[in-house]
Write a protein of this length. Structure first.
Length: 173
């Protein structure tokens, strides 16, 4: 289970308490894949310039997963440097996660994640160590599409609903 080993209250007013990681984790678990959320993955190009793109991501078994076509800029950047950020606006919490995203081709994990994607309306099936489906973003290129798992180093949450606050969570690996 992903648990923060250090929590830092970022509230500059001194009026809000640190937010528990369970708030962010529970929102991820309940709002993906059924709600219409757009996650943004930020990667680094080989020349050091940033790249960001929207993806459909889901929280499964206490980890964040997303899909990318193998020829996309995101996939090429992650192959060279797995460090990335993933940001999303959840109901009541803006969340930015930092860590490393690695391609997953384990059949059991692919099957488990594909089942959750199907629950959310994307009819993913397993093909050659990745996913196939009748539809995908046009920019993804042809299937199979790679699955990535984000290993969290740090996350920052800013509450947009009560109880308000801002917190940084650091995770051990």
């Amino acid at each position: 289970m992903t648990e923060a080993h250090e929590t830092k209250n970022l509230d500059g007013t001194g009026t809000a308490a640190a937010l528990p990681w369970s708030r962010a984790r529970d929102l991820l678990a309940t709002q993906t894949p059924t709600e219409d959320l757009t996650f943004f993955v930020g990667t680094v190009r080989p020349d050091g310039r940033p790249h960001a793109a929207g993806v459909g991501a889901i929280w499964v078994g206490d980890a964040l997963y997303f899909v990318s076509g193998p020829g996309t800029r995101r996939a090429r950047n992650l192959a060279a440097n797995p460090a990335c950020t993933v940001s999303v606006r959840l109901r009541g919490l803006d969340l930015t996660m930092e860590g490393e995203a690695r391609q997953i081709d384990d059949p059991a994990t692919l099957a488990r994640v594909a089942a959750v994607y199907r629950e959310g309306g994307w009819p993913a099936t397993i093909l050659d160590g990745g996913f196939d489906a009748p539809f995908m973003a046009a920019s993804a290129g042809p299937a199979p599409w790679h699955l990535y798992r984000l290993t969290l180093d740090r996350a920052i949450g800013v509450a947009t609903a009560e109880p308000h606050g801002a917190t940084r969570w650091d995770f051990s690996r």
